[in-house]
Every structure is written in structure tokens, then in C-alpha cells.
Ligand binder design. Structure first.
Ligand code: MN
Length: 414
């Protein structure tokens, strides 16, 4: 069975006020060419199809047009799509019956049952066991597991860790699949998941994208037998899990944040006679991201405002997302900030904010006691926010901002 594995598309993301539509189209064109060349039996998309739970009409159109186009391109191609933490499970799943006509299976969520069945499952396993066929014969299965809340994995004992629950969940699903009359030993099994494996390389991880990390201990996972390939989504850095070559994160198709300044790819998986081979297929990035002039470690290797202004002229005609790093004794004035922004006006480069680097405080200058966990817990979000501002900016939060921040905290608390 041949599988093409991708994940974390984040359609509809607005990056520093810029639409990514062109970049998604560019990625889709590449994916189309890869599918024509690789001829997979199934395309697996492991979650985070959309960037938000309520994608715009433009985003939905982009998605529908592309999937239908793929399906028309090769009517034998099966497509399996699962939801990620960014997707709305029900919204993604709503057109399930229509998708069937295009050989597309969407699993947004599990269908829970009130009674646990004889296999110890409290949901309908048939929904997630997708047979993959070639000329009418089942050649393998995709166990299509969407993103799930930790509490939704059934436990053997109440004391089980989340990690044990997840491993147990997959083990039971596999046992159920292997008991099905349609199943035979020579069929390949691919399992999907939208989760964080404990020892994964989380380069590119940023809090707003990963959400709450429910990490899975690889020790528990190694006990789950019978899967030829694990097709994961959630972590945006493409990788095979250390020591487990058939368990991979496909990674995002292009940078979703400034932390994702690395090569992006999709995975072509070939499972033959119980052996899994993987081939990482590189993707081109349409719009590069640039830390300008470079990303400094701190004040000392940052460049001052005057240098930045001179050098900016050299790069503003390049189509790129640019984040400006500047050495500063004190926060930039409105005039300086505006000058940097104006340097971009009428050019192809896209302004994505300024990061200032202040001198390190001399020791004893501003003694900030290390807080114990209990002291930290005792702080309100407002107090904590003020502390962080003080630490980062080297001065107190301005009065006007304090008032606004306080209002937001109170609103959020309600
Ligand atoms: Mn994601």
C-alpha cells in the first residue's frame, strides 16, 4: 500500500495581517504534482486542515475546490482526512455523506456510545477503520483517529496516565480491526493521530499553535503492535520519532510561524510485505520568512536603529515576511517605529513586527526574587502580566496599558 502523508495545513491562517491563500494554492499545486508522480493509494491528512474552527467562505472554497480537484484527477485515489485541535470536528464532518461520492472519508470525531461494548470500546470503531482498496480488494486500512481530549480516551483503571490511556485506546482499536471478517494478515495498517509524542523535536512549536500538549510516552506507544505506519499531525517540525522509523510527523507544508524557518515536506510511505519504507519529499516555500538583519541572541549582537534603516532598503523589494530585530536602549519611539514600517510601504517585503533588544541589567540593579511555585500561583493573571512586562521592557507597564490590560483580565475572568 502506498500512502502520502501530510498534516497541519492551517488553511485560512492570517499571518501578521497577511492572507496565506496564495501560499496554500502554491502548496496544493505541488501536492497535486507529487500525487501524479507517486500515485499513492491513499492521501492521509492528519489534522489541522483549517487554522480556525470557523473558517471563512474563501478558506472553505479553497479546501473544497482542491480536494474535489484531486479526486477528479485520480478517481482511484482515496483521501482520509481527520480533524486537529484547530478544526471544528462537527463542521469538518458535516459533508461526510457528500465526500463519500468523491472517495473522501472525513473523521472529525468519534461517535460515542453510552455503553462500553465487549471489546471495551465506548465508541463506534467502524467509523474510524477505513478500508483502502485497489481494484475492489482491500489492501490495507487507515485507522483514522482525530484529535481527542485527554479525558475521552477510555481508561483501564482510573489511575492510568493519559499516555497509557492513549496506547490502550489504539491497542483496542487494532484488536477490533483484526477481528473483522474483512481483515486479513497481508493488509497494511496505517494509524493516524493528532497529538504530541513526548520525545519529539518541538522546534517550531509555539503555544498558540500546539495548544495544550498531551504528551504521549514513547514507552507506552512501543507496546502497541501491528501498525505499519503512524501518520501524526500536531507538531509542525517534520520528523521520524527517534528510534521509530515508521512513526512520523509530516510537519506543516510551509512556515506557519517565524519559528518554522526550516525545510518543509510531505512523506511518501510504501508498505510492502510488512516492511515500511519512507521517502521525504521536499516542498518549496513560496514566501520566505526573514529575521532581519538576523535573529540576535541579545542586546550585544543586535544592530541599532540607524543601521537597520540603512540596510532595510536592500531587502524591501524581496517578497518575504520580515520581522525586524533592533538594538535599543529604551523602547522605540512612535517616530522610529513608524519609520521602520514606512520603509516597507509600496514594496514587496511584508512588515511583521519589531523585536527590541535592551541592555542586560547589571546584577543587583533590579533584584527580582525567584518566586516559588506557590508564590507564582498566588499571583493574579494581571499581576503576572505586569511582572512579565516589567521584566521584558525594563520598566513598569504604562498607566494607559495597565487600565486596558486590567479590563481584559476582568473580562476574561467573567
Ligand atoms: Mn497544527
Amino acid at each position: 500500500m502506498k500512502v502520502l502523508h501530510t498534516a497541519d495545513w492551517h488553511i485560512g491562517q492570517i499571518f501578521h495581517n497577511y492572507s496565506r491563500e496564495g501560499e496554500h494554492k502554491f502548496f496544493f499545486d505541488q501536492l497535486k504534482s507529487i500525487i501524479i508522480k507517486e500515485k499513492p493509494d491513499v492521501l492521509v491528512v492528519s489534522g489541522d486542515i483549517f487554522h480556525t474552527a470557523t473558517p471563512t467562505i474563501v478558506s472553505q472554497r479553497l479546501y473544497y475546490n482542491f480536494i474535489v480537484e484531486l479526486s477528479r484527477l485520480d478517481s482511484d485515489l482515496q483521501i482520509v482526512i481527520t480533524s486537529g485541535n484547530h478544526d471544528s470536528p462537527s463542521r469538518l464532518e458535516a459533508p461526510r455523506p457528500l465526500w463519500e461520492a468523491f472517495n473522501v472519508t472525513v473523521v472529525g470525531m468519534l461517535d460515542y456510545q453510552t455503553v462500553t461494548d465487549s471489546d471495551g470500546l465506548n465508541f463506534d470503531p467502524n467509523k474510524v477503520e477505513i478500508p483502502i482498496t485497489r481494484k475492489g480488494d482491500i489492501i490495507g486500512w487507515v485507522v483514522a483517529v482525530p484529535y481527542m481530549n485527554a479525558g475521552n480516551y477510555p481508561a483501564i483503571k482510573d489511575s492510568d496516565s493519559v499516555s497509557k490511556r492513549i496506547a490502550n485506546f489504539y491497542q483496542k482499536l487494532l484488536a477490533h480491526l483484526k477481528n473483522r471478517p474483512e481483515y486479513s494478515e497481508n493488509q497494511s495498517i496505517v494509524a493516524t493521530g493528532h497529538l504530541a509524542v513526548g520525545n519529539a523535536d518541538i522546534r517550531g512549536h509555539s503555544a498558540d499553535i500546539i495548544g495544550k500538549l498531551e504528551t504521549l510516552d514513547i514507552i507506552d506507544f512501543k507496546k502497541v503492535k501491528g501498525v505499519d505506519y503512524w501518520a501524526f499531525g500536531h507538531i509542525h517540525y517534520p520528523q521520524a520519532i527517534k528510534g521509530i522509523d515508521n512513526m512520523r510527523y509530516a510537519g506543516s507544508p510551509f512556515p506557519i510561524s517565524f519559528n518554522e524557518n526550516y525545510d518543509h515536506s510531505v512523506v511518501s510511505v510504501n508498505i510492502e510485505n510488512g516492511t515500511t519504507g519512507t521517502d521525504v519529499i521536499p516542498l518549496k516555500t513560496l514566501v520566505p520568512i526573514i529575521d532581519f538583519p538576523t535573529k540576535p541572541k541579545g542586546y550585544d549582537d543586535a544592530e541599532p536603529f540607524e543601521n537597520i534603516m540603512m540596510k532595510l532598503l536592500e531587502i524591501v523589494d524581496e517578497k518575504a515576511y520580515v520581522r525586524v530585530h533592533v538594538q535599543a536602549e529604551k523602547p522605540l519611539t512612535q517616530v522610529e517605529t513608524t519609520a521602520i514600517m514606512q520603509a516597507f510601504e509600496g514594496h514587496d517585503a511584508m512588515f511583521c513586527g519589531i523585536q527590541s533588544y535592551f541592555p542586560e541589567k547589571a546584577q543587583g540593579d533590579d533584584i527580582q526574587a525567584v518566586k516559588t511555585l506557590n508564590e507564582l500561583k498566588a499571583l493574579s493573571p494581571f499581576e503576572l502580566g505586569c511582572d512579565v512586562y516589567q521584566k521584558k521592557m525594563g520598566r513598569e507597564m504604562p498607566e494607559e496599558m495597565r487600565i486596558m490590560f486590567k479590563e481584559v483580565c476582568e473580562e476574561a475572568a467573567k
